[in-house]
Design a protein around this ligand. Structure first.
Ligand code: NDP
Length: 291
């Protein structure tokens, strides 16, 4: 009656939370981290710190990588290449789809399987039933290790064989997360410049954010149908509005990088002849890198 086992390499906040989740579920957990002291509290809870990467890899078939980026994976695993044969690397580090594809080839050349993961929650969400991770790569490896993957996050979404897909889905979430959070920071500096605190605008910011999914659904259908008619909104109206936003920020003496970038995109849509179309016509402008 062998205990379920997993190796976790990378003990930042995420790797530590994952290790805790596995220990809570009774897994035998072997650890390796560049800075060994980060394993101390986990070892006290029953995990085993391997003296070398090769020994961490030898401890079991499934190896979770939770590193800053994919470059760190080559730094860590490169010197222990020969120990990779037969391992399943579940890479929950963030990086680009192209780097995920390259890593899958690199692993395959060394007799290992690479499963790309994109985890959508912070450390507090690790081990929670409602949390979600995207996966892509060999389906067989995903299915075989599914129970263990569901310890990391209760929900898994397997996107397909292409190792880049999970990274892509992760990046789709991140482009929205970073730009949206910066829009919130912009609102806060604007509020502060006008004598208000973050707490004073929290409800308004929340209501505004909560209104967005309705817009997502409304526009998704029209966009997929190639429908950018100006029947509900016109880009020219939007141009005037984003100019008001830009000037309100400028008048308040705060940084205007973000509202100026928005106004620039609207301006390019106007220049491309979309004044009477919906502002979803900006997709035509944004589809290709600026010449
Ligand atoms: P950290 O960057 O804090 O920790 C990463 C780990 O990578 C550490 O163990 C660190 O080792 C190791 N590392 C970095 N560079 C090297 C290197 N060159 N050689 C050896 N080891 C290296 O990340 P997190 O734990 O916060 O996150 C891990 C991954 O998960 C990241 O890719 C992140 O983008 C992603 N993620 C993070 C979320 C979060 O909220 N934190 C949410 C969702 C995804 P050492 O301890 O020695 O420094």
């Amino acid at each position: 009656n062998q205990r379920k086992s997993v190796t976790v390499i990378g003990l930042g906040p995420m790797g530590q939370a994952m290790t805790t989740a596995f220990l809570d579920r009774g897994y035998e957990v072997t650890l390796w981290n560049r800075t060994p002291s980060r394993a101390d509290a986990l070892v006290a809870r029953g995990a085993t710190l391997a003296p070398s990467v090769a020994e961490a890899l030898a401890a079991g078939q499934m190896v979770i990588l939770s590193l800053t980026d994919y470059a760190a994976m080559y730094d860590v695993l490169g010197p222990a290449e020969t120990a990779l044969t037969g391992r399943v690397l579940v890479n929950l580090s963030s990086d680009t789809p192209e780097r995920a594809r390259a890593a899958a080839r690199w692993a395959a050349d060394r007799g290992a399987v690479h499963l790309t993961g994109g985890i959508t929650v912070p450390p507090s969400g690790v081990g929670q039933p409602e949390s979600l991770t995207f996966y892509s790569g060999p389906r067989e490896a995903f299915e075989e290790h599914r129970n263990a993957l569901e310890v990391v996050t209760g929900r898994t979404d397997y996107r397909g064989e292409d190792p880049g897909l999970a990274a892509l889905f992760y990046q789709l979430g991140m482009v929205m997360f970073w730009t949206s959070m910066l829009s919130y920071w912009q609102a806060i500096v604007l509020a502060q410049a006008n004598g208000l605190a973050a707490a004073d605008i929290l409800q308004h910011a929340t209501d505004t954010a909560n209104s967005l999914p309705g817009f997502f659904a409304f526009y998704a259908e029209r966009i997929d149908a190639g429908h950018h008619a100006g029947d509900v909104d016109r880009l020219a109206m939007g141009m005037a509005s984003v100019d008001h936003v830009l000037h309100t920020n400028a008048d308040s003496g705060v940084d205007t990088t973000l509202p100026a970038a928005v106004a620039d995109l609207f301006r390019r849509g106007m220049d491309a002849g979309h004044a009477a179309d919906s502002f979803s016509s900006l997709l035509e402008v944004m589809r290709k890198a600026e010449a």
